[in-house]
Design a protein around this ligand. Structure first.
Ligand SMILES: [Zn+2]
Ligand SMILES: [Zn+2]
Length: 61
C-alpha cells in the first residue's frame, strides 16, 4: 500500500507511481513510445503520432 495515495496500485498521478515504461522507439524520430500510448504500426514498424502528423499533407496540383 502506498502512503501517499493509499492505493495499490497507485492512483493515477500519484508521485510515487513508477514512470511509464517505453515499449517501442519510433523508427523515424527515435522518441520513446510509452506503455498505454497510441502509436502507428506500419508494416510492423512503430511510428509515433507526431511523425505521422508531420507526414500528412494535402495533394495539390
Ligand atoms: Zn501512490
Ligand atoms: Zn516519431
Amino acid at each position: 500500500m502506498c502512503d501517499l495515495c493509499n492505493h495499490s496500485p497507485h492512483l493515477r498521478g500519484c508521485p510515487n507511481e513508477p514512470p511509464p515504461k517505453a515499449i517501442h522507439e519510433c523508427v523515424w524520430c527515435g522518441s520513446s513510445i510509452l506503455e498505454g500510448q497510441d502509436y502507428y504500426d506500419i508494416d510492423g514498424e512503430p511510428w509515433c503520432e507526431n511523425c505521422i502528423k508531420s507526414s500528412r499533407t494535402t495533394a495539390e496540383d
